[in-house]
Ligand binder design. Sequence first.
Ligand code: NI
Length: 267
Amino acid sequence: MIDVHCHLNFEAFKDDFDEVIKKTKADGVEIIINTGTKLDSSKKAVELSEKYENLYAIVGVHPHHADKHELESGWEKKLEKLAKMPKVVAIGEIGMDFYNYKSNGIVDPKLQKEVFERQILLAHKLNLPLQIHNRHAGKEIIEILKSHKNLLKRENPGMFHCFAGTMDTLKEALNLGFYIGFDGNITYKGLAPGETVSLSDLAKTTPIEKIVTETDSPYLTPVPFRGGRNEPMRVIIVGEFLSQIKKLSYGEIDRQTTLNAKTLFGI
Ligand code: NI
């Protein structure tokens, strides 16, 4: 299995990332990809990828951090420098987020869009795929991707990380050639606030040839461990859950999603 999106670069792992990485490998998770959400966490993801053979990095500025502070400090040049490092496999997590966070509400959508578009341009310049973050903004993201179609990689343009949204958004994303990522929250019962389609139904509709697996560790811990810190080894639980709903063996899920991730990221 491959965990295509997690955050061992975050504070939650600062004391035991080495142990977690070794344990994950022993459990049969072949590759871990750490994703940045701003410049410092992107740098950390790159540092980890340099230290461990089975780790790769994705660098970018999350829409939640698309505020003035990031913009003032020559962020694009710094991000480009990081993105050119050999084990960086995509630009992410980038996108749009209209969820009203307790900490800083909704970042100005115009600013979010600008930061997203500039990073699409950077990915084009470096011929890298995108790792998209979408929270309650599927329609807007699809519109932006469509209007930048000439800047997307013709083959394997990217993936939607932790997919949620409508069947329409899913179909549009697939039509654009994107892969679809599912996480441990697929094991949760009921719908997340603001969502209208269950993750299981979205996964049922997505062809297995387009699914990639992830954990978003330390978040989205699957049942029965929900409530505790998530770890990349739990991508196995995501695989087992997919095996049930896709009516395929775990071995087949493992083989195909691993192939998908390797194809998408060229690893
Ligand atoms: Ni994440």
